[in-house]
Ligand binder design. Structure first.
Ligand SMILES: [Mn+2]
Length: 342
């Protein structure tokens, strides 16, 4: 069992009966999609995108104080500061997420993994189950989080065969090889860049009527979005094209701090295109390399541990996605020792 029908109905009623909801959401396609679904169901809502940190920190309590909502929703954020909750002084807060379950006081917390740890269907999936409308927006968020739950994707393929063909059965192909995947990418790229521009784009997205409008940019507002997306995509493609793929074991891409906000998009796409290699994105800072590593065909943590032998640094994480940090001077040694195990 995942989120129960009672829980889904509870959240729906709270949203429906609210008069001035304030919604904080994550700045990825899943977070944006979840917000758009809630907003379009309850247009009195106001949204605030929470960028650059997985946590809704205490500082955001000021926004609550300023806006005076009757209820606060937190969507797709893995963490919520207890100070934020305390500073909201008893205001009703509903937090819907699908990352590792957290414990907080004074918040109504909904997470499918509390009931079933294996169920990490995206927040936009649950948001769709709550509002039961705008399936195309939900799918853009779901696919963006590398998921393709059977119930909604079957329904979507039925309604929009041109956006997702029946032959596509795994999440990677949906993301990189379908038109709903392109809409998902728009959701990602439209949230990059200057905040004022991002807010404008989100505002337009709340009004777009159909995937066709967005995709074929049949209205001036959709053309504007498409233009913004295209600018970001051009920058992204030039980064992607600059990645050296001659090494058949490891794809290594390093960049200087502040230069880029495409890390996740880039590593996901490289992993999709080169499933047999280890993808390493390194960010240079002072005399260190901060690493983000991905691999589909290797279990990374033990390999990373071995590669750290005689290297100043640390690393670890999930089977197919790890993080780490090593001194620049030891970086070549780390890479050699990683390669030796492949
Ligand atoms: Mn998510």
């Amino acid at each position: 069992m995942s989120l129960t029908n009672d829980e889904i109905e509870y959240i729906r009623n709270e949203l429906l009966n609210s008069t001035r909801p304030l919604i904080f959401f994550d700045d990825d396609p899943d977070g944006l999609s979840s917000f758009l679904l809630f907003y379009r169901f309850k247009t009195e809502s106001k949204g605030i995108v929470v960028k650059s940190s997985p946590e809704v920190s205490a500082e955001y309590a000021k926004k609550v104080e300023e806006y005076q909502p009757d209820i606060v929703f937190i969507l797709d954020k893995p963490m919520l500061s207890q100070d934020f909750i305390d500073e909201c002084k008893g205001k009703k807060i509903i937090w819907l997420d699908h990352h590792a379950p957290q414990k907080r006081h004074g918040v109504k917390y909904f997470n499918p993994r509390i009931h079933d740890d294996a169920d990490n269907r995206p927040t936009s999936y649950w948001a769709y189950r709550i509002v039961e409308q705008d399936l195309w927006i939900a799918m853009a968020g779901i696919v963006g989080d590398w998921a393709l739950p059977k119930d909604v994707s079957d329904k979507f393929k039925e309604e929009y065969p041109e956006l997702l063909s029946k032959d596509i059965v795994n999440p990677q192909d949906a993301l990189f090889n379908s038109d709903i995947g392109k809409i998902s990418k728009m959701f990602s790229f439209l949230q990059k860049g200057k905040t004022t521009e991002v807010l404008k784009a989100i505002k337009i997205l709340t009004r777009v009527e159909s995937p066709q409008e967005l995709f074929e940019h049949t209205t001036p507002r959709a053309s504007l979005l498409y233009k913004k997306y295209k600018q970001m995509d051009d920058a992204y493609q030039s980064l992607l094209n600059s990645v050296d793929t001659t090494d058949k074991k490891i794809i290594l891409f390093t960049y200087e701090e502040s230069k880029m906000s495409f890390t996740a998009d880039l590593s996901n796409e490289l992993l999709y295109r080169y499933p047999n290699r280890v993808i390493i994105i390194g960010r240079e800072k002072n005399d260190e390399m901060k690493l983000s590593m991905r691999a589909s065909n290797f279990i990374l943590p033990p390999m990373v541990q071995k590669a750290l032998d005689g290297v100043e640094g640390y690393g670890g994480g999930h089977d197919h996605a790890c993080g780490g940090c090593v001194k620049k001077k030891d970086f070549p040694k780390f890479i050699e020792q990683l390669k030796a195990q492949m």
